[in-house]
Design a protein around this ligand. Structure first.
Ligand code: IPT
Length: 973
């Protein structure tokens, strides 16, 4: 094996060995290596593409993917693996190009093979390697011959290496990254490292050239900077100043093309000038503090798995930029090398993580953890060496990370020492170093908001996780990052804005990385051909972790979830503060001013635009503010008046078109308009039979038709289809009386029967122009109940419904919602859409409200729900004022929501299924055929939290059982 080196763009000849290979899969590793021989007859073998994972090819013919989070899918018997070890044999021919005869060496490179492989060329054994997401190069000079050659590769799914590659993802064996043959010229350039620095407008290049003396003279050229530096011998190579340059930052990723040419080879490196440093508890680039608005990014694709597709990756990164993401942690291994080129180019702060995780040792009390076992030291050092050497040239990489969830131990410390010696220009991160014994930044995952705040604060007596007071004090001298936070599984997370507020209050806190960017669903289909995205268990795995792999801000099919919109709004780089006639614009960025932005304003009356234009905003430097006069806004007497200010891109960028909205804010300019109080009525008397009140028809006190359509309800609805966070048991719970550590809220809701409420009607009464029912709603085997008084009345010729709910004493949990449910049978013209004035366009919940703006929106019923991989609560639009249910674009029912006595407005959801139906389905295809629409108007909803892996909903956003009133006006059309 050749020493690790940079993945370089070189003009030396190379030959891609990607494409169809002959393939045979065996159920065990104990096989003769007969196939390595050149003469072996592989004509009976199948054909498999390289790169690919065999379990994703051939429609199940080569086994299936396995998903586990922490668990090892084989016995914990390190370093051994079972005899049942799927083993793939690969063969292909290649013709050695004629002009390669002059090459000094021929090198065979594998960019990624999971998990252990051996290589033969023309029957000669070349070597083997493990380190699935790392690059390995073999010298095959002595084995190749002119003309036809045969390369044979044997890949084992399981190996000793599997114990240190226990990341939370699918196990996907195979040759899944490129295979390339390189002709290495005599006098070639083996490796180049162009370290850069930036200070006071000037750049510096500190080169390291690895080449035989015969390569010299070697010339470094940076044409744009007029640099042409000739080194006549290795001893001449020395740092140089680059003169006046533009720095590289994630916001303005200015790159310069450098070439390094020797006697026989030219390599091209795109360099960016920047200096990374830690000063006290600040993490600085070019002397300025960095705030990470980051994502944990796995390599995952529903069809290709971890096989890299540059176009898709570029589109994915462009999507990140459009959603104000400025940083990537390459969880939990180096990505395809081209990803870093894209990150340099588009602009991201990257934490580049080594391929290392031994999480499964948690199950055995970390006994035998390789991280502290001398037998593994060399393997650990090999991993970090390959990681750093391959990617060292990238300006986007501002930190190295040793790995993830590998406990702690001497081998990790040795990795850190190696990095410190090799690269003095970038700090070392590893979250598992809780006490900060060998790393440079303090890092945590899933710390709650109060805990994060304590970390940011000095003099706090609060102990830090795993630290003595003295160790905690040491950690507080360092920059802090949340390497994972805001677990984005299913509907959620909540509280993104609270974390962001802390970053601005406590400069030691440098932001963090959301867990995680994408769902890892695998595209598959049911027996009857219905497509869906599979998660753990869908392939019949023996042990698996279910849908824990569906925890992205982007769904498997690239659709951004509402949480990503929330993230975008929370971390937007500008903050707007309004007064009566000005808006103060604060530029929160690292270093970019606002010159690439254009500012617009608009005024709306009840969501209808009445005025708008361009705001004249001076260029605001990073860290600066500007106070800008606002135009005069026409204020309506009988409608809400909202002013919206947007900052949009003035010109197209590599990642978004001109006009793309970067930041936005609203100011409520409405005049107060108190709602008419409910009119008291007397003379109530028992009622029976049928009754008509305006557009409503009743029988025995129950609604039968509204505006001529069959409708049933209102029925008290306290249940929501539990979100993954509702089902979560992890993290801190906010209040011991409402949530119970170790038991999910969803389990408590089911215990209390919120999903199976029954009704006893206690009275039906009428009076002139009104009908009133009182119900007692409760569940089997429960003594708890809710009183529901519903009053229908004609007010000013309009139908009003007022529902008052009041819980009995004794409810001890939080509630998912307090709503009323109307069922709208299809009856020929199904309700299939909504238009509303309220917040939108997407769903929002009490602790995820920042992306919700007030306006007028239209959506089809399908667009009102998010297709989470596991169906769950979705679609709540908060603070609705007016809602029109539509059928084929025509209004069928118009609902106006009046605020309650405290001015609170209800939200709504409109869906094809009930919460109970949704809760029973493990995948979208399991939802039953639907014959009705379901409108739920919620006086309140519970927050989202992050409890699938992290803290519960915090008290201000938690819904406690309480009395609420919903008041609606109903009209036809
Ligand atoms: C954390 C892991 O680092 C990450 O890979 C992922 O599994 C995440 O959890 C959950 O989705 S580890 C956990 C013990 C906090």
């Amino acid at each position: 094996m050749r020493p690790a080196r940079s993945w370089l763009h070189s003009d030396a000849p190379s030959l891609s060995l990607n494409g169809p290979w002959r393939f045979r899969l065996s159920p065990t590793a104990h096989l003769a290596a007969d196939f390595a021989d050149s003469a072996f007859d592989d004509s009976a073998w199948d054909t498999l593409p390289v790169p690919s994972h065999w379990v994703l090819e051939g429609d199940g013919a080569y086994g299936r993917p396995i998903y586990t989070n922490v668990q090892f899918p084989f016995p914990i018997d390190p370093p051994h693996v079972p005899d049942e070890n799927p083993t793939g044999d690969y063969r292909r021919h290649f013709a050695l190009p004629d002009d390669w005869a002059r090459a000094e060496a021929v090198v065979l490179r594998f960019d990624g093979v999971e998990s252990l492989f051996r290589v033969w060329v023309n029957g000669r054994e070349i070597g083997g390697a493990s380190g699935s997401r790392l690059c390995h190069e073999f010298d095959v000079t002595a084995a190749v011959r002119p003309g036809d050659n045969v390369v044979a590769v044997r890949v084992h799914q399981w190996s000793a290496a599997s114990y240190v590659e226990d990341q939370d993802q699918w196990w996907l064996p195979g040759v899944f990254r490129d295979v390339t043959l390189h002709a290495r010229p005599a006098g070639g350039i083996e490796d180049v490292w162009l370290r850069t620095g930036y200070e006071d407008g000037h750049g510096r290049i500190d080169p390291e050239i690895t080449a035989d003396p015969s390569a010299f003279p070697v010339t470094l050229r940076v044409p744009e900077l007029g640099i042409e530096q000739v080194w006549t011998g290795p001893a001449d190579v020395a740092p140089l100043t680059a003169g006046a340059v533009r720095p590289w930052t994630a916001e303005e990723p200015r790159l310069y093309t450098a070439t390094v040419s020797g006697a026989a080879e030219t390599v091209t490196v795109r360099i960016g000038f920047r200096t990374v440093e830690i000063r006290g508890d600040r993490f600085l680039v070019n002397g300025r503090r960095v705030v990470f608005h980051g994502m944990n990014r796995h390599e995952t694709h529903p069809e290709r798995g971890r096989v890299f597709d540059e176009e898709h990756a570029r589109a994915d990164l462009a999507r990140m930029k459009r959603f104000n993401v400025n940083a990537i942690r390459t969880s939990h291994y180096p990505p395809h090398p081209r990803l870093l080129d894209l990150a340099d180019e588009l602009g991201f702060w990257v934490v580049l993580e080594c391929d290392l995780e031994t999480h499964g040792f948690d199950a055995v009390g970390w006994n035998g953890n390789p991280s502290d076992d001398p037998a593994w030291r060399t393997a650990y050092l090999d991993r970090i060496t390959r990681t750093v050497e391959r990617d060292k040239n990238h300006p986007s990489i501002v930190m190295w990370s040793l790995g993830n969830e590998a406990g702690t131990g001497a081998n990790l410390a040795a990795m850190a020492s190696w990095v410190h010696a090799r690269d003095t220009g970038r700090p070392v991160h590893y979250e598992g170093d809780h006490t900060g014994a060998y790393t440079d930044v303090y890092s945590r995952m899933y710390a709650s908001v109060p805990e994060t705040e304590q970390i940011g604060t000095d003099g706090s007596a609060a102990p830090l996780l795993g630290c003595t007071p003295a160790q905690g004090a040491r950690q507080r001298t360092r920059p802090f990052v949340l390497c994972e936070y805001a677990h984005a599984m299913g509907n959620g997370p909540g509280a993104l804005d609270q974390y962001e507020d802390l970053v601005h209050a406590h400069p030691r806190l440098h932001g963090g990385f959301v867990w995680e960017w994408r769902d890892h669903g695998i595209a598959t289909a049911t027996a009857d051909g219905t497509p869906y995205f599979a998660y753990g268990g869908d392939f019949g795995e023996v042990v698996h972790d279910g849908n824990f792999v569906m925890d992205g801000m982007v769904l498997s099919d690239d659709v951004p979830t509402p949480s990503l919109h929330e993230f975008k709004a929370v971390v937007q780089p500008l903050r707007f503060s309004f007064t009566a006639d000005t808006v103060e614009i604060a530029n929160l960025r690292h270093s970019a001013d606002t010159s690439e932005l254009r500012f617009r304003w608009r005024a709306e009356h009840d969501g209808v635009r009445v005025a708008g234009g361009v705001l004249d905003v001076p260029v605001v430097p990073a860290g600066g503010t500007a106070s800008v006069p606002l135009p005069s806004v026409p204020v309506a007497a009988d409608a809400e008046t909202w002013l919206t200010v947007d900052a949009v891109l003035a010109t197209a960028t590599a990642w978004a078109p001109e006009g793309h909205e970067v930041a936005t804010a609203q100011q409520d300019r409405s005049l107060p308009r108190p709602a008419a109080p409910a009119r008291p009525r007397g003379d109530w008397r028992p009622a029976e039979g049928t009754l008509t009140l305006g557009i409503a028809e009743f029988a025995a006190g129950s609604l039968r038709r509204l505006a001529g359509r069959p409708v049933t309800g209102p029925k008290l609805e306290l249940f929501r289809a539990p979100t993954d966070n509702d089902e979560g048991t992890s993290g801190e719970v906010a209040e011991s009386d409402a949530s119970i550590a170790g038991i999910s809220n969803a389990a408590l809701w089911r215990r209390d029967g919120l999903d199976r409420l029954t009704t006893r009607r206690m009275s039906v009464e009428t009076t002139e122009g009104a009908l009133r029912t009182v119900d007692r709603v409760s569940a089997a085997n429960s003594g708890l109940w809710v009183a529901v008084e519903s009053t229908w009345s004609l007010e000013d010729g309009e139908l009003e419904l007022r529902v008052e709910t009041a819980p009995s004493r004794g409810w001890s949990t939080v509630w998912p919602r307090i709503g009323v449910h109307f069922e709208l049978p299809d009856a020929g013209a199904p309700v299939d859409g909504a238009q509303w004035f309220g917040t939108g366009p997407l769903e929002s919940y009490p602790d995820s409200m920042r992306a919700a703006r007030t306006g007028r929106f239209t959506a089809g019923i399908g667009e009102l729900s998010v297709e989470y991989a596991r169906p769950q609560e979705t679609g709540h639009r908060s603070q609705v004022r007016e809602l029109v249910l539509t059928s084929a674009g025509t209004g069928v029912l118009r609902v106006t929501a009046l605020p309650d006595a405290r001015g609170r407005r209800p939200g709504f959801s409109l869906a094809r299924h009930t919460p109970q139906q949704i809760a029973r389905a493990a995948h979208p295809f399991e939802l039953p055929a639907s014959t009705a629409g379901h409108l739920i108007v919620d006086a309140a909803q519970h927050g989202l939290g992050s409890r699938a892996c992290g803290p519960d909903v915090w008290p201000p956003f938690a819904l406690r059982p309480e009395a609420r009133t919903i008041r609606l006006r109903l009209r036809a059309g």
